[in-house]
Each structure stands twice: as structure tokens, then as C-alpha cells.
Design a protein around this ligand. Structure first.
Ligand code: BGC
Length: 715
């Protein structure tokens, strides 16, 4: 970012009038929208900067009032009326647009990000991002506070529903796809900015405001940061949100190492950093460390900036250059995204359209995962006359928690509604909230569907909710399941949560298990279609399901300091030789697929080369389906002998392919050698080991299901 360059308006006009004239001229030459942050936009931003007083600059860097009765005020920077600079108006995501200041108004509510990750369909995610961009603009907001890409370090983390799973590669692919969609330039109006969050190492709710996440350099570089970099490199995200927690002793919003050294200097991020709400903890430290916007801030909002920052600059505690750089970053993005020349307005006709709602259904259909099927599914409409759907949430649609990601649809289909609507006239479908009192109906049913969900208070964002207290089902949900299984041998369980659930005390008592996550406003419909086999299952797990919580590293949501390690999820399980209940990447369908003929086109590639792998995938069953083909790379020959070493294998590519019954396709997957690099802490460089690597391709991360090959990277 260039330093401030004062531009003098030395034409026939001077002062503001001259400035505006030039602005009008430059604006007409600029094309607003995403993609690049061109020099015209920065030149224009510099011009504005040169006209702003110090107080006005600080107003650009924050805003909002602490007035809970009108939360819109907490979500807008002040801008500058004198020069016609609009404030940036933020809205939350990522399961839909949270119309926080108009709660009575609704928006399209998608399956949570975890369910979308289970589709492994980045094209779908980009289309979903685009819809959220359209609805953000149509709701009068400039910036969507999404995606969330903190990985599932542990399934008990309350906010895992908002993110895309445990794997850094998958997170980066999904985050970038979503941002590309949100920031797609529209034919009319401003382009919506995305804000990727929460930077960084934000993986615990209960202590989120204060916990110090200690992360060694290799783990930070290889595990906790690469997906953020990918969203910057591949999607040019406009903004990034600093997390609440500390990272290695410094709050994320005053963390020079993270915000300035890595994000801005090393990665060349050209957008702005906004604090998580009430996440800035200092006046001077944050201003000199790389935070650009404090939210909420200014008079009355208890912020650390506003008038206090003005005094700090006047006292020479904060160089004005830092302020100028922040203002320049903010204004450049605002100009680039067209917020100066398009005002906000509400257009209800673009919100919750049928097309948007259909997309929620597509995501639910493709992201719901079939975990167990002892010949009970799909249900045969001709062979069944009576279904009971039971559970506290059987007839209420669980959409996720009620905190910042709480987008509210105008309607939502519950599992019971969906099953009943799809059952046809010859089947009676009834629902009960518990088995107690409905024992006869439960025991006489042909099939009992038990819906076991987490309440919004049991799994979700802190303040309104919490980290989960355990990985087992909540006691009341478990009770219903056990009661139903004691009375009927044809039980199918629908699970609704963001994080993995352990099942060792009940899995053998039921015939079918469906992981629905929080499946969105049309989730019930998708469940009905899947259960009756009108469509096939295709979702696969973006996180590992362990047999027991003891199989995972401990989840510490009480200590003031925690150490985040290099290994979690499948990388941890494999490194420690622990077999999961359901592995990362796993999911059943109503057909079968066979993998054969793994071919590595070049057995040796250079450090800048690309590996290309072909594999034949055949639908060997009787139904059409979509298969998620996965490629992992293994490091058995690593020469790294530090205490971390290298994982057994890591996901490096995937594809979703559609195959009719009997159809065979050759799928090509590619891996850049650069993606195999590790971070050498002695040289502070990314290095690629020249050695033989294993390549694994197949339907999940389970080693015995994968075809194996090898390739070499040379200098
Ligand atoms: C959450 C953010 C959210 C912000 C604004 C915070 O509590 O952590 O994810 O964007 O509130 O609602």
C-alpha cells in the first residue's frame, strides 16, 4: 500500500467543489466492482484522504452506537457526509443474510456451511455465495460478514456449524468459492464485499474473548492460516475479521505478527481488517498493529478508538501514517466495489425468490450424509403403511443457532413435514415429541424415524449458546432414541448438529443413520426425498466421526491458555493409528462405486510442476448417483525429524462426478507440487521435499478403500 500522497486541486476550481469535479471525472473512468483493486481506485481514495481532517479519518475507521434497541447502528461505519463517503453497512452470514435490524424481514436460509461442505461441491458453493451477495445488496448492506473458515479443531466447538470442516484444503476451496460468488459484480448496483473470519485460531466459544491460543510457527503456517491465504489469493476477498481470542500472547486485533507481518506484508492483502464486534482491546496497540476498522466504535460505543484514538495521534502515540494507510485501504475497497456511486436500497423482490429457495434444497439434498443403512433405506412406499416421526425437534426445523449467523426464513420444512409431504396418500405419518405416551404408535409403526438434534442453546456461538458439553447426544434426545429402539426394530435416526456425534452406546440398536446437520429451510423436503429414494444420497463427511471423544485430543474450553497442535481430525487419528467410527470423506449412497486404473501421468514432477492423476470410477449399482472422488498425498518418506514430522496423508484434490447406473468415467485430479510444501522454521521459508510421495485416490480417507500410487518431486 502506497503512503498518502496529497493531491492538490489546482484547476479552475479549488476545495471541495474541485475535488468533487475530479472525483466525478475519475469515477466515470473507473469500473466499480471486484477484481484487482486497480490504481485508479487507489488514486481516487488518496484524493479523498487528502481532504479529510484527522477526526474525519477516524470516523471512517469505525462507527456504531451501543444501542441494542436499534442494532443497525452497531453495524455501520460512520463514513463522511461532507464528502459524500458512505458508511460501510455490514450484515452477518453465513447461512443466509441476517437482517439484524429488520428481524421481522426474512431471507433465504441455507443449510449451514458444514452441510454445504458435505456436498464437496465448490461450484454450488459459489452459486450460493452469489445468492447471498444478491440478498445482501437487496437488503441494503454493503458487506457480508462471511464466510467463517476456522477449522473444526474439535467437534465440541460451538461454531463448527458455521464452517466447512476440519481440513485446511477443503476450507480454503470452499471459502474461496463462497467469496467469488458473493463478490460477483452485478449488472446493477454496488458489488457486495465479503469478510472472511475469524482471523485466526478461533476455535473455542466458551473462552473466546480471552483465551490465548498458543500455536507453534509450523502449525500456524501449515494448519491455521493457509485457507485464509487461499481466499485472498484466489478470491481477492475485500475484508477480513480479526478474532476475539489471543494468538501467542496478543489479541488477534492487536497482533502485529498476524495482521501486518503475515497478512499485509507477506501475503500482500490489499483489503481492510475489521475487528470482531467488541473485539478490539486497545487504542494504540491495535492501531499500530494493522487493525483498520474497530466495530462498534465512536462516541457512546465504548470502543477504544473514536476520540481516544484522536488523542493518541495528537500525543504522537500512534503515527498518522498508520491511520492514513487504514483509511486508504477502506476507501479503495469502497470505491472498487462501487459503494460511492450506488446508494443502498431494499428490494424485497430479490430476496427469498423461488430460485434462491431451490438452491437451498439442492444444497440440502447433496450435503445430507447417509452414515448407516442396514437394508432399511430407501423406504418402499408400496411396502409401508405407517411411519412415526418422533423427537423434540421432529416437527420443528432446526436451522442452527440463534446468534450472529441467525438468518430467518419465512418458512422452514421440518423433518416430519418433509416425510409426510413425500410419503404419498397410502402411508400414514404421525409425529410425537417423545415416546412416552405414544408407546403403542411407536411399537406398531412400520418404521420409526427418530429426530435427534441439538438445541440452539446446546451448540452455538457464545453469549447466546456455548460449546457442546460432550460429543454424545444430549440426554433427552438419547432418551427418545433409546425408548424408540426398545419398542421397534425399524428405527432410522436423523441427526441434526454442526459437529460430529459419538454413537457407541446406540449405533447397533438402529438400522439407519442420517447426518442432516442443520439442513436449511427446505431441509425437511430433502430428507423426505432421500428417505423415499426419490433422489440418491451423495454427501460425504467434512469431519471425522471418532468412536469416542477420548480418541481425539482434549477440548479445553476453560483454561486461559491452550496449545493448538499440528494434528487434529483425520490427520491426528491416522498419526496415532486410531480407527474412526466414520472416516473423513465418508458417506453411503443407494448405489455402489468401483475405483480402478489409477494412472499418474508423470511419475516425476519438478518443484513447480503439477501432478495429474486419472482414475476410473464406475457406478456399479442400480441407481444414478453422484460420487465424491478424493485424492490424498502421503509423506511416508519425509526427512523431517522434528517433533511434528509430517502427517500420514492429506487431502489435496477432489471432484464431484455424476454417474448414471452402470456408467464409468475417467476422473482427472491435479495437485501442484507447491501444495506439498512444509514451513521450515529454521529458514522461515516454505520448502518442498524432494522425495517419493504416495498418492491415494478413492471414496473416503479410509486407507483400505483407496487406490495407491507414487510419484517423485525433484529439484
Ligand atoms: C461474531 C462475528 C459476527 C459479529 C457481528 C460476533 O460476536 O463472532 O462472527 O460477525 O459478532 O455480529
Amino acid at each position: 500500500m502506497k503512503k498518502k500522497k496529497r493531491l492538490t486541486v489546482g484547476l479552475k476550481y479549488s476545495g471541495i467543489a474541485g475535488l468533487l469535479l475530479i472525483i466525478a471525472f475519475v469515477l466515470s473512468a473507473c469500473s466499480a466492482g471486484s477484481g484487482g483493486g486497480g490504481s485508479e481506485e487507489q488514486g481516487l481514495a488518496e484524493l479523498y484522504l487528502s481532504e479529510l481532517t484527522l477526526k474525519e479519518k477516524i470516523d471512517i475507521m469505525g462507527g456504531g452506537r451501543l444501542d441494542w434497541s436499534d442494532p443497525s447502528d452497531m453495524f455501520s461505519t460512520l463514513g463522511n457526509e461532507r464528502l459524500g463517503i458512505p458508511g460501510i453497512i455490514f450484515a452477518d452470514g453465513p447461512r443466509g443474510v441476517r437482517r439484524h435490524n429488520r428481524q421481522s424481514e426474512t431471507s433465504t436460509t441455507f443449510p449451514v456451511s458444514m452441510a454445504r461442505a458435505a456436498t464437496w461441491d465448490v461450484n454450488l458453493e459459489e452459486r450460493i455465495g452469489e445468492i447471498m451477495g444478491i440478498e445482501t445488496r437487496a437488503s441494503g448492506y454493503h458487506n457480508l460478514l462471511a464466510p467463517t473458515i476456522n477449522q473444526v479443531m474439535h467437534p465440541r466447538h460451538g461454531r463448527v456449524q458455521e464452517t466447512y470442516g476440519e481440513d485446511t484444503y477443503l476450507l480454503g476451496e470452499f471459502g474461496a468459492a463462497f467469496v467469488k460468488g458473493v463478490q460477483k459484480k452485478p449488472t446493477e448496483g454496488y458489488t457486495v464485499m465479503a469478510c472472511v473470519k475469524h482471523f485466526a485460531a478461533n476455535n473455542i466459544e466458551d473462552t473466546r474473548f480471552s483465551v490465548d491460543a498458543r500455536v507453534d510457527e509450523r502449525s500456524l503456517r501449515e494448519v491455521y492460516l493457509p485457507h485464509f491465504k487461499k481466499v485472498i489469493d484466489e478470491a481477492n476477498v475485500a475484508s477480513i475479521m480479526g478474532a476475539y481470542n489471543k494468538v501467542n500472547g496478543y489479541h488477534a486485533c492487536e497482533n502485529y505478527q498476524l495482521l501486518t507481518k503475515i497478512l499485509k506484508n507477506e501475503w500482500g492483502f490489499n483489503g481492510f481488517v475489521v475487528s470482531d464486534w467488541f473485539g478490539n482491546r486497545s487504542t494504540i496497540d491495535s492501531a499500530v498493529s494493522g487493525l483498520d476498522i474497530e466495530m462498534p466504535s465512536s462516541e457512546g460505543a465504548n470502543g477504544y478508538w473514536g476520540p481516544t484514538l484522536l488523542t493518541a495521534i495528537e500525543n504522537n502515540d500512534v503515527p498518522e501514517e498508520n491511520i492514513d494507510e487504514s483509511v486508504l485501504r477502506i476507501l479503495t475497497k469502497q470505491i472498487e466495489f462501487g459503494t460511492f456511486d450506488h446508494s443502498t436500497s431494499i428490494d424485497g423482490s430479490k430476496i427469498e425468490t423461488q430460485e434462491h429457495i431451490n438452491m437451498t434444497k439442492e444444497a440440502a439434498r447433496n450435503g445430507i450424509v447417509l452414515l448407516k443403512n442396514d437394508s432399511i433405506l430407501p423406504l418402499d412406499r408400496d411396502a409401508i403403511s405407517n411411519i412415526v416421526v418422533v423427537g423434540e425437534f421432529a416437527d420443528s426445523a432446526r436451522l442452527g443457532d440463534n446468534a450472529s449467523s441467525n438468518s430467518i426464513p419465512s418458512y422452514a420444512i421440518s423433518p416430519y413435514d418433509g416425510i409426510k409431504n413425500l410419503a404419498g396418500n397410502s402411508i400414514t405419518v404421525s409425529t410425537f415429541s417423545t415416546v412416552t405416551g405414544s408407546e403403542n404408535e411407536v411399537s406398531n409403526a412400520d418404521v420409526v424415524v427418530v429426530v435427534c438434534a441439538y438445541a440452539d442453546t446446546e451448540e452455538g456461538e457464545g453469549v447466546f449458546s456455548q460449546d457442546r458439553v460432550s460429543m454424545t447426544l444430549p440426554a433427552d434426545e438419547l432418551q427418545v432414541l433409546n425408548d424408540a429402539a426398545a419398542l421397534n426394530s425399524n428405527v432410522i435416526v436423523i441427526l441434526e448438529s454442526g459437529g460430529a456425534i459419538t454413537m457407541n452406546n446406540w449405533i447397533d440398536n438402529v438400522k439407519g443413520i442420517i447426518m442432516a446437520w442443520y439442513p436449511g429451510m427446505e431441509g425437511g423436503t430433502a430428507l423426505g426425498e432421500l428417505i423415499f429414494g426419490d433422489i440418491n444420497f451423495s454427501g460425504k463427511l467434512p469431519q471425522s466421526f471418532p468412536v469416542s471423544e477420548n480418541d481425539l485430543p482434549p477440548f479445553d474450553n476453560t483454561s486461559a491458555t491452550v496449545t493448538y497442535s499440528y494434528y487434529h481430525g483425520y490427520r491426528y487419528l491416522e498419526k496415532n493409528g486410531i480407527t474412526p467410527l466414520f472416516p473423513f470423506g465418508y458417506g453411503l449412497s443407494y448405489t455402489t462405486y468401483a475405483y480402478s486404473n489409477l494412472q499418474i501421468t508423470e511419475n516425476t514432477i519438478s518443484k513447480t510442476g503439477t501432478l495429474s492423476v486419472n482414475v476410473d470410477v464406475e457406478n456399479t449399482g442400480g441407481r444414478n448417483g453422484e460420487e465424491i472422488v478424493q485424492l490424498y498425498v502421503g509423506y511416508a518418506n519425509t526427512g523431517i525429524s522434528d517433533s511434528i514430522g509430517r502427517p500420514v496423508k492429506e487431502l489435496k484434490a477432489f471432484d464431484r462426478v455424476s454417474l448414471e447406473a452402470g456408467e464409468k468415467k475417467t476422473v482427472t485430479l491435479t495437485v501442484n507440487a507447491l501444495d506439498l510444501a512444509y514451513y521450515n522454521t529454521a529458514t522461515s521459508q516454505w520448502e518442498i521435499e524432494t522425495m517419493n510421495y504416495e498418492v491415494y485416490t478413492g471414496p473416503s480417507s479410509k486407507l483400505s478403500d483407496l487406490l495407491t500410487g507414487a510419484f517423485t518431486v525433484t529439484n
